[in-house]
Design a protein around this ligand. Structure first.
Ligand code: AMP
Length: 207
């Protein structure tokens, strides 16, 4: 199984790269933002509660997103692997993801972080807000709050994967296809290492 965490602040290009990656590697895309927006569209109670936080640019409680990921993993038992986009956003979410994947005899292969400067993020998100219909993309104060939340609450998740030697950072500015090529290079390097040492990887999962 090939499980990748695509990481980075809002507007870094995770959604765009995810679409290309799922087509290239035949993976299932799990975006907690998309899953939450689907709940909002369906008018569920979870969606209504999440919407208030999302519209303000704040994080939804860990147990809500972990529950959604748990269900999604169980609903996709036959998947070749997953791209996690916008999840995990806190260390407890990362710990839960490791536990959930272990239940499916799987693990995260690598995290690829897309790095983009704040001013570029704000410009991109305001531009996206013209067509995305997302209230959190249409107001500069909310956009900057999301970036602050990323810096204060989410950025430390990188350290969690770095400690497992799974963290790779890339410059997320430039042509989409160039960035895609660099993301693929990281993933292919990880797969090549797996092919060389499949036994070690299996032992890790069982540990
Ligand atoms: P995104 O589509 O990833 O930009 O997420 C939009 C919003 O959904 C975020 O600003 C949060 O309010 C919420 N959200 C998405 N994923 C998570 C997560 N893993 N943990 C907490 N909140 C999340």
């Amino acid at each position: 199984m090939l499980n990748i965490v695509l990481f980075g602040p809002p507007g870094a290009g995770k959604g765009t790269q995810s679409q290309k990656l799922i087509a290239h590697y035949h993976l299932v895309h799990l975006s907690t933002g998309d899953l939450l927006r689907a709940q909002i569209a369906q008018g569920t109670e979870l969606g209504l509660r999440a919407k208030k936080l999302m519209d303000e640019g704040l994080l939804v409680p860990d147990e809500v997103v972990i529950g959604m990921i748990d269900s999604a993993l169980s609903a996709n038992e036959e998947a070749a692997g997953f791209i996690f986009d916008g999840f995990p956003r806190t260390v407890p979410q990362a710990e839960s993801l490791d536990r959930l994947l272990a239940q499916h005899r799987a693990q995260i292969g690598c995290m690829v972080a897309l790095e983009v400067k704040e001013e570029e993020l704000v410009t991109r998100l305001l531009e996206r807000g013209k067509t995305s219909n997302r209230p959190d993309d249409q107001d500069e104060t909310k956009i900057r709050r999301r970036v602050t939340v990323y810096n204060t609450e989410t950025a430390q998740v990188a350290g969690y994967y770095a400690a497992q030697h799974k963290f790779h950072a890339l410059n997320g500015t430039g042509a989409i296809d160039d960035i895609f090529g660099q993301v693929c290079a990281v993933i292919d390097q990880h797969r090549a290492a797996l092919d060389e040492a499949p036994a070690a990887a299996t032992e890790e999962v069982q540990a």
